[in-house]
Design a protein around this ligand. Sequence first.
Ligand code: GLC
Length: 470
Amino acid sequence: MKILLCASEGAPFAKTGGLADVIGALPKALKKEGHDVRVIMPYYKKIKEKNVAYYQGYSYVRIANRMEYVGVFHAIADDVDYYFIDSERYFNRDGFYGYRDDGERFAFFCFAVLEAIRVVNFYPDIIHNNDWQTGLIPYILKTNYSEHYEYSKIRTVFSIHNIQYQGNFPMDMMGILYMPYSSSLEFGGCIDFMKTAIMESNIITTVSPSYKDEVLTDQYGYYLNNILGLRYFDFEGILNGIDVDKYNPKTDKLIYKNYDIKTVTSGKKANKEALLKEFGLDDDDAPLFGLVSRLVDQKGIDLLMPIIDDVINHSNAKFILMGSGDAYYEDFFRSVEARYPNRFKAYIGYSDPVAQKIYAGCDIFLMPSKFEPCGLGQMIAMRYGTLPLVRETGGLKDTVFAYNQYTGEGTGFTFTNFNAFDLKEVMFLAIDIYNNHKPAFKKLIKQAMEKDYSWKQSALAYINLYKRLV
Ligand code: GLC
């Protein structure tokens, strides 16, 4: 099968979050199963500056009262073909998102993707779109290309990585789109890219079975739950994997000392020692909590705020946290660090090398998310023998199994309700197991490391679904 994966970011070229990891890893896994998989994304300034892509051709699309130039570039990474949409006007900017004209930029991207197919002469069987930035593609395909034979055979899949971000823009945007009006485009008096994709794609997926169930409810659906309900029988949850070659404690060049399941005890000890030293904390065999996250309300930092003083004052736990995002959470991290400089360190920002060192060097990895479509951090943590402490939501619920003190089973620690006291209780449980039940803690580490979260299973699930369509 010929598959075109379409997204607004993808590793190794452009990354702000987990979506980029998926777009970086899924094509490789699909290729291993023998399919022709290619990826298409915007040619941001950051990618341009790398100077690794070659010009393929050009076309024009009609938008905002202009015929707008669409350049197509091509590069190969990890044996996968990447195409980039070049536009001086829309993408040659420092950032990826957050511009006043984001609606127009990504509407342009949607039109441009369909033109690029003609430019590079790659007519896929499946266009697999991801998140709102690609949401108009199935609709444009239907309205503008249905009479073209090669295009008319294309089927579309849309994956929701986070339903909170839908691409809502004022209805008067219709004026720049040159598309017939359809109720598929409109939601709550706005244009809603994600709703369009839900209505117009052949199949909709999201990134874990539990998140799939959740987004069908008022609590998690961000108002689109009833729309998704209309497509219930075409809606599936497929768990993401992680890139087990990239995230491998045995070969990871970014961590202090390599190890595997057999050498995990000494390996983690060495990594923890070096990490504590780097952050200026004493090594006195206290449990070390880590966190690597975008600092936004989704991530459950609100639960940590009211209890962190209690945990620090009534235990020996230490913390090394990394993230950036809302000033409100960044300032909270800074203020705790100021109060407990010997116990709590905050790295405000993001760095891949530091992230890997935290995954390898900590004992417990915190992810108390309010919602989590899949979550990759908990899977990476388990691969490095760091026990995740998570709220049972979305992909966290599907990947982390709670410690059972009677049987010793489990791969981490979990709590159910979005409640700070519940988080505190399970943090004290984890601290107690670490301090007073070393063999149980070690057993959990082994069990976590034995779990297989590679992409293979997910790739097979996607292939099955593509096959249903062609
Ligand atoms: C989004 C979600 C995250 C998921 C990722 C990849 O970033 O918030 O839970 O793992 O997409 O699908």
